[in-house]
Design a binder for this molecule. Sequence first.
Ligand code: PLP
Length: 383
Amino acid sequence: MIYLDNNASTKVDPEVRATVAEALELFGNPSSIHAEGRRARRAVEEAREEVARLVGARPEEVFFTSGGTEGNAMAIFGAAAAGASRKIVRTGAEHPSVRESFGRAAREFGLEEVVVDPEPSGALDPRAFSAALEGGARLASAMLANNEYGGVFPVEQVAAAAREAGALVHTDAVQAAGRIPVDAVRLGVDLLSLSAHKMHGPKGVGALYVRRGVSLEPRTPGGGQERRMRAGTENTAGIVGFGVAARLARERLAADAQAVARLRDRLERSILEGSGGARVVGAGAPRLPNTSAILFEGISGDALAIRLDLEGIAVSVGSACSSGTPEPSPALLALGLDRGDARRVVRLSLSRWTTQEEVDEASRRIAAAVLAMRETAAAPALA
Ligand code: PLP
């Protein structure tokens, strides 16, 4: 299997796997006062330090969650619950967990939701975002890196404008962390979401950075864990694995990003040369080094992804299949793609484990599949 779907999830690093297995022995409740509890607590707090270090935060600003989805919901519902302005602003390229939390928070708290789409190039114009903030806002959210085409947004500029408008600023850094440098302080954000399984950590664990001094309405009533921000006994082994994944991501970031970008560019070049009638979506914007969304003319992305799966290549499509009807991705539509084109997009996403041999083999097979599918589509139907 050639795995080119690392934006969906990544392979767990062997060092992470070994540490998680050991951490399963830490069975004490981290809130218990006895020695077994204290051992688990120490492990959780060491992981918190590592996660904080990855994003330039203080450990006390990191709150563990069950992943990116929960961190986004905590940030959005927590920030939207109170404030002077009734406006909340987000980009049109956000992950469904942000998009749907915004929609529901707007209904629940009676707020006006304003959406700023990226340019057709894939870039987000910070002036357009600032214009949407005029007159003040309660909350602004712009993802640091997009999951579908990898666009990297100017969060630092968005945050400066949002602060001026009196808004709390959230960024979804789930796809960015471990792939490009992330510094919460430099970005100037109040809230930043992370997920371990996008950086070779375990699934079901993530974190929300909450800048010191920012007060959020907690959403989970219960035992008061995570300093009352997120009740529930801590996922000790998952958190420990996240800590190791965060340390490895920090240590390897520069080398990984360079190597992965070189392979991604090689993959794009040979696919475009080999398949004709194809283009890279969002190539005009700053992009993650590992992500490539390719639009193949005359091809259904779903059909191509299924065919590639049969050939041992794992990719994703820019549409979410709900109740059997492939719906084009709102993020791709936000870039100005029509519904037909949005369905022709296939996402390839690499990791530090992707090799040049895999890239060369995948590009050959993808180009051959695309040419064969176009030929079949052009052939006259048999009577
Ligand atoms: N935000 C972005 C940009 C994502 O790509 C994802 C996962 O696909 C999430 C949030 C959700 O993260 P999790 O799977 O940890 O809930």
